[in-house]
Design a protein around this ligand. Structure first.
Ligand code: PGA
Length: 251
């Protein structure tokens, strides 16, 4: 049975002091509601190790925002899958639209990253989603299908126990504009049908598909109530303990 997940993507926000403070706040606010779903936070890489220590004993899990595709070597400024594992990080976000847009990550690179993460037993939150022009030209299903077919739908079935999908329409990220619950459900059902036709019903039923793009406490419940929406990847609203807890409590 698939799990509901609320994952916060802190992006390039919060220094070490702020990271500790926000985790302490979250432990308090989440402690009051006893979450009905998995809860992850993704601090920037320099603060991952201290975050792993700080969440100890709470329901919060820590994920990374990115990693390099090589196992190790001369890649100045990068972090490897093994480095994440070694400090106790078990999950990594790959393919976020900001990585694709600003850092040139494409399907080839993401295929390598996914493969390296899996070899190192990391769970992957794989992000994808169409641009505004794709939706306007009614190409959004085609774009999403190709983003999935080129990377995760080419994996062995055995990899899927470590895959979480995150549909994030680029036009809804950080813009305040959210896909309607119906638009999210329509796309999530399509995504699940692609997984079904590639791997069969068990894997399709078991994979968690998150929605991302301007999720807030005020719209989370309606979006999460849709049959094929199993949670959210939260940017802006994950930077405030009350807002993030409000989203978690939508389950
Ligand atoms: P947002 O970001 O919630 O601020 O729109 C979502 C994301 O980028 O994962």
């Amino acid at each position: 049975m698939r799990k509901n997940i609320v994952a916060g993507n802190w992006k390039m926000n919060n220094n070490a002091t702020q990271t500790k403070a926000l985790i302490n706040d979250l432990k308090e606010t989440l402690g009051v509601i006893s979450p009905n779903c998995r809860v992850l936070i993704s601090p920037t890489s320099i603060n991952l190790s201290s975050a792993v220590d700080a969440v100890h004993g709470s329901v919060i899990e820590v994920s990374a925002q990115n990693m390099h595709q090589a196992l190790s070597g001369a890649y100045t400024g990068e972090i490897s899958a093994d480095m994440l594992q070694d400090i106790g990080v078990k999950t990594v976000i790959l393919g976020h639209s900001e990585r694709r847009t600003y850092f040139g990550e494409n399907d080839v690179m993401l295929t390598e990253k996914v493969s390296t993460a899996l070899k190192n037993n990391l769970e992957i939150i794989f992000c994808f989603g169409e641009l505004l022009e794709d939706r306007k030209s009614e190409n959004h299903f085609k774009v999403v299908e190709s983003q999935l077919k080129n990377v995760v739908l080419a994996l062995d079935a055995s990899a899927w126990k470590n895959i979480v999908l995150a549909y994030e329409p680029v036009w809804a990220i950080g813009t305040g504009e959210t896909a309607s619950p119906e638009q999210a459900q329509e796309m999530h059902a399509f995504i699940r049908s692609l997984v079904n036709s590639t791997y069969g019903k068990t894997i399709a039923d078991d994979v968690s598909i998150l929605y991302g793009g301007s999720v807030k406490p005020s719209n989370a419940q309606e979006i999460f109530s849709k049959e094929d929406v199993d949670g959210g990847l939260i940017g802006g609203a994950s930077l405030n303990a009350i807002d993030f807890t409000g989203i978690v409590s939508a389950f």
